[in-house]
Each structure stands twice: as C-alpha cells, then as structure tokens.
Design a protein around this ligand. Structure first.
Ligand code: ZN
Length: 552
C-alpha cells in the first residue's frame, strides 16, 4: 500500500529551503498513538525529517489509558514535536488541565483553548480548541462566539494584517463545500461550525485543517479577495483529515512544506493556483448569515500606554546636563494584544500603573507586587507576549539592555541580580529581577541553593551554556522555568506536568540566600497602595542616573 501522504509542495517554495518548514497534519488520533507515531517514523525514514506534527480533532479516545501512560511517563516518546488541540467532549477534558496549553508528554504539547503561536521560524499558527456552542458560559470542550470574536479582534484589526499561515480547528467550517469540489458524504450546508467559517473568513489562513467527520476532503484552494474589486491575496487550502488507523484507509496524515508568509515575497505569496475557486464563505443568498453571529471586531486605539511617569518632566540628566523634556521614546509599532484582560499589558486598564517605574520602547519596569524586597522589579514587554520565546529580536534586545542596566544599578548598591522566568500558568511574560546583597552569599551559593532545592522537589534543573538562547532550548508553546545568575550562568527546567508556582521565590527567600522564609508567598508581602507608591517613587529616583530611555 502506498503511504497515504503526499508532498504537496506547490512549487511556490522552490529555492527557499532555508525558510521552508516541513510539516505534518493529522486528523483524529483517538488514542491510537502507536499507529500514528509508527507511521510518522516510517515517513521520516523514507522522506527525511519533518519539523512538526499538528493534530486536529480528538487526540484522546475513549480507549483505556495504558498506551497513553507509556508516553506520559516517558517509556515511549513521540518522534516529532507534536502540537494538539484540546477536548471536544466531556470525557477527555481531564487530559487538558491547563487552558493556556501545556506539555502533555515529552514532545507532545497541548496548544491551549485558543490563541496564536509563532514558531521560531516565524510560522504563525492560530488554534481554536473544542466544538461550537452558542450558549455562554461554555464548558471546557466548547468555544463560543466570544472566543471567536476575541481571536479576530486580536489578529485582524491591524491594517497590516494579511492573514496567517495555518489555522487549526477540530470542526469543519460550515459551507466550506460551496463553489468547491464535492465533499463526499459530508453535507457542508448542514454540518460544521458557522463560527469556524467566520474565523477562517477573517483570518485568511493559507492552510486550514479540521477533522471530526472521519473522512478526508481536500477542497480546491479558494481565494480571499474579490476579483477585480480587491488586490490579489493568497489563496486558502482547506484540508479535512480522517481518523488515525481507519479501516477504509482514508487519508489521515498530510504532509506539506511551507515558507512562513512573512518571509515570502509579496508577489510570490499572492500567486493564484490554476484551480482556485470563489470564497465559500462570501455572502451570497443563504450564506449571508455568516459573520452576523459574532460582533464585529473593535479597533483598539494603539499607544494608550504613554501615560506620564511623573517627576521626569523638566529634569536634567546629571551625566549629560541635557534637558530631558521629551521623555517619551519613539513610538513603537502596535504591540500584540491580549485575548482578554491582562494585568501586565501596559495599555490595559488592569495594569497597576503606580507600580510602573520606567518605560522603554518595547518593555517597561514595574515594582513587583508583594516583592521579596523593596527593589524587587519585573521586566515586562509592553505588548502581550507570553514568554521570552515569543519575543521578536528588537524586544529581546531591550530586555537584555534592561537586564544589563539593572545589573549595573544594583551592583552600585552592593547587590547582585538574580533573574528568573516561569513560563507556566502565566499569561504575560514577567522577568523577575531580585537583588541579593553581596554580603548575603556568593553567586555559587545561590546556584547551589537552586540546585539543592530543585533536587529535593525532583525538579531537573540543567545548567545551560551561558550565551545560549532560551528560544533554542524551549520548544514554542512548551512550559519552562529558568534562572539566570549575575555571572550569566543559567539553570533551566522543562516543565512537564506540575511545577511549584512559587519555586523561584521560595529558593531566594530561603535561609541560604535572603533568609526571609516568611516572604516566599507574595500574598504575605502585600503593603498599602500608598506604601507601594512611595517605594515606586524612590526606585524611580534612584534608577534615574541609569535610565537609558532618556538617551537618544
Ligand atoms: Zn498582556
């Protein structure tokens, strides 16, 4: 039998091998992990390695857990970085503990309820887990009109928005068969989700994968623009996949090569395939209802975050004697928006602005609420990024600048900096910067304390090369914790299942380092708003001679 996959390089990618990602997409796995991964191994043996495997539909089945246990405990391992959507029914919700996504087993990552992840290559993948429900509030295995509209708002409202590389949903989009080749037994006027259609219409994915109908259907590519009325845009390929190991040998695994659209030449990107059809979701007759079910995305005003940091105006820099009347840095491009309320997006109303002590172009500094010490600060991106792994080069550069500046600042005050990030159950990147008085202990003592306490809690903390990039080590979407010492040494842990949320704080608060064990929980350290304001003002003043945001 021929292995049911094809190399659907459509010629667009020729000549750009460096940027090409070789991907696999798969339909409902339903617990048949061995069959799937053995097939993937066979394909990789024959055709070379693929970069990632994307699974839509039901990843878990109603079968006993024995097979899964072997992956979960590491006896068996997925041969490729695998990303999966969440539950579509009550029965399998239990496997997806963290709505924000998490690692389910080595090499197997749950993407989360909804969102976007950008691979290190720049490939943008939007995912929406579950099936449609129009009644709020929805259970963990459904998505609602609100979920879809927040995804659309997050992505489609900027004028630069052109589309995304890949969209993953479990249900088919309703009406996808309109103007297309036959979808077989599946009647797309009756089955599928209208919310998914509206999402696909808005997001303009280059590839859209779905499952759940236990059949394979590759629709002819459809166009995203109106001919003669709009500029040409790229086409969308919709592919529905069958279930793994189905007896009819319907195709469940699909191989494709893709260059992230942001790396593609615009003319190449919009080349129309010869068999392109009309957009199946475009309003016409009975289809006019698509899109009406969800509220229109609201344009958010950018750059609301340039509120005043008082006392800066009119001050003179002692180092240069230069007047600093224009404290606001160059306006950055609009930063990524969060899917919901966020405590750390600088533009969001939830931010405790009185704790903000310095604002750069891409990042800002804030005093930690309930900090371990009065000068415990956070480096935060202004826009919504979940982890260091997601940051663009320019944001990373400013993070590093803040780190280096804080190191110098604290050094002048007889302290060394310990920096840590926990990318686990956190929505918005927070780099914790905790100064430790030099008199307390040596850097090696800090390192030993982390290693010892990690061992006690069976946390595998690995030393990683000093100049290594977390991006190279952590897979996109995977949870991790790392700590960076003032020498630049780094200790890294890949979070598999559970991780003590206060781990970093606990170690630093312990007798071996700051010796304030009572402060290991931030909730124990809260002070009044006035006191917070006083601390913030003091920090701002002390930090001013180091403030690079005043330079040009
Ligand atoms: Zn945020």
């Amino acid at each position: 039998m021929i292995i049911p996959y094809d190399n659907c390089c459509d010629g667009r990618n020729a000549g750009s091998y460096g940027n090409t990602r070789n991907c696999l997409a798969c339909g409902d796995v339903e617990g048949k992990f061995d069959i799937l991964f053995n097939r993937v191994r066979a394909i990789q043996k024959k055709s070379g390695n693929f970069d990632l495997l994307l699974c839509v539909g039901n990843f878990f089945g109603s079968t006993p857990d024995a097979e899964w246990e072997e992956y979960k405990t590491g006896i068996k391992k997925a041969p490729i970085q695998t990303y999966v959507l969440g539950a579509n029914n009550q029965e399998t919700v239990k496997y997806f503990q963290d709505a924000d996504g998490c690692e389910l087993a080595e090499n197997i990552t749950y993407l989360g309820r909804k969102g976007i992840f950008t691979g290190s290559s720049g490939l943008q993948i939007v995912y929406l887990s579950g099936t449609e429900s129009l009644n709020e509030p929805v259970p963990g295995y459904n998505f609602s009109p609100k979920d879809v509209s927040s995804l659309r708002t997050m992505l489609c409202t900027t004028s630069q928005f052109k589309g995304v590389d890949i969209l993953l949903t479990s249900p088919w989009p309703k009406y996808v068969g309109n103007f297309g080749n036959s979808s077989g037994e599946v009647d797309t006027k009756k089955c599928g989700s209208a919310l998914v259609s509206s999402l696909a219409m808005g997001l303009k994915p280059r590839y859209h994968f779905a499952a759940l109908e236990k059949t394979y259907y590759e629709r002819l590519p459809y166009r995203n623009h109106v001919v003669l009325q709009e500029n040409a845009q790229h086409a969308t390929r919709f592919i529905a996949l069958a279930n793994v190991g189905n007896p009819e040998k319907k195709k469940y695994l699909y191989a494709f090569s893709i260059v992230p659209m942001k790396l593609m030449d615009a003319a190449e990107l919009v080349k129309q395939p010869p068999d392109v059809t009309e957009n199946p979701y475009r309003k016409s007759g009975q289809e006019a209802s698509i899109g009406k079910q969800i509220p229109a995305p609201v344009e958010e005003s950018a750059c609301q975050f340039f509120f005043d940091l008082n006392e800066k105006q009119g001050r003179k820099r002692s180092s240069t004697g230069r007047d600093s009347k224009s404290p606001h840095p160059k306006q950055p491009r609009k930063p990524p928006q969060p899917p919901g309320p966020c405590w750390f997006c600088l533009a969001s109303p939830e931010v405790e602005k009185h704790l903000v002590v310095n604002i750069g172009t891409h990042c800002y500094l804030a005093l930690a609420k309930g900090g371990l010490s009065d000068d415990h600060v956070l480096i935060l991106p202004i826009g919504h990024y979940q982890s260091v792994v997601e940051l663009s080069a320019e944001v990373v550069e400013e993070v590093e600048k803040y780190k280096a500046t804080l190191r110098r600042f604290f050094k002048s005050r007889g302290k060394r900096c310990v920096v840590f990030e926990r990318n686990y159950k956190s929505h918005h990147l927070q780099l914790q910067v905790i100064p430790v008085p030099v008199s307390c202990c040596a850097t090696d003592d800090i390192k030993d304390a982390f290693i010892t306490q990690a061992q006690e809690q069976q946390i595998e903390l690995l030393e990683i090369p000093e100049h290594s990039d977390i991006k190279q080590i952590a897979q996109p979407g995977a949870a991790y914790f790392y700590v960076e010492l003032d020498t630049g040494e780094k200790l890294f842990h890949r979070i598999k299942k559970n991780f003590p949320l206060q781990f970093g704080r606990e170690v630093l608060a312990s007798e071996a380092i700051l010796n304030i064990p009572g402060k290991s929980d931030w909730r124990q350290c809260q002070i009044s708003k006035e006191d917070e304001e006083t601390l913030a003002r003091r920090f701002q003043k002390d930090f001013e001679p180091y403030d690079f945001t005043l330079d040009d």
